[in-house]
Write a protein of this length. Sequence first.
Length: 389
Amino acid sequence: MGVTFEGYPEISGEEINQALDFCNRQILHVLPDFTDKFQQAYSENGFYPPIANTDWTTGFWTGEIWLAYEYSGDGQLRKAGEIQVHDFLERIDKKISVDHHDMGFLYSPSCVAAYKLIGSKEGREAAIKAADQLITRYHPVGEFIQAWGPMNAPENYRLIIDCLLNLPLLYWASGETGDNKYRDIAEKHIHTAVANVIREDYSTWHTFFFDMKTGAPDHGATCQGYRDGSAWARGQAWGVYGLALAYKYTGRKEYIDLFRNVTEYFLTHLPKDLIPFWDLEFTDGDDQPRDSSSASIAACGMLEMSKYLEPEEAEHYRKIAAKIMKSVFDNYAVKDFETSNGLVLHSTYSNHSPYNTCNHCGVDECNAWGDYFYMEALTRMSKDWVLYW
């Protein structure tokens, strides 16, 4: 069954409750600054500045509010969540910064969550409109959803591995509307993505390009990993969680084997404390930043897939997730209001290298999805959670 990290401690039920209690208190503590505004994608010197609802990451903050509401039932959190859902409805109605594939990251943890938790009509309306926006980026030639950029530009004719987390929005929309067009596009994208972004050794490409005229696979590359042939840690984690969700929604058995192998690659490239560096090329002794967010994302994927496996294998992945989250809690989580207004330190948003094209920002900081998936993993381990995805 692969690596087990024998001898490593698992996070306890008491520690999970301690962690969720602090998350709840921290979110309530900063709520005055982040009800009519949203947290920036990454902190600066440990503290998020407030921003308008324009980035691809703002849904994660609203998701934290809903997770805290689930934990505590505090009416202040519900009210703040509803204010933010209204903002998301305005955003999709006015088409503010929505010409990209991240509709799932924006609308699943904010608006789908609000509909599932409190029956929010605005949440349902906004999320269906977001699904409609997402499918406008589908290319029948190649059968994939384009990540970003103008739709008729050959240099942008590509998908990225992250999009596997945007697809649950489409499955949800089909379930709500009875229209299978959303589901059909999601399934075609999944098939195209997993056929191309997973390499022979089960590491993953960040992005994969296709021929615009024929739809034929062209080449893999990276924007955010160290180099084209390396395994960007967060991309590998998106693969772990994305394959678990792909199996949940399609039931295709081959996705279980792919999950096992992609996950094993992730696990065998972790350093001693189980929290990856920003690229899996690096390990103990390398002078490189960590990406704690990747650890929580992968843990969520293992916890999700464990629901569909035989008991022994399911327990294997639950235990590994608990060991990873123990390290996040002990060594990376924020423990007081003075250190940060976020939840988890030592994440990396985008680290420039001589071999990639990305900007240098949010390195060794909190980031929005790192905080959100930390809370999601803890919530998954505390109860039988109805996922927002």
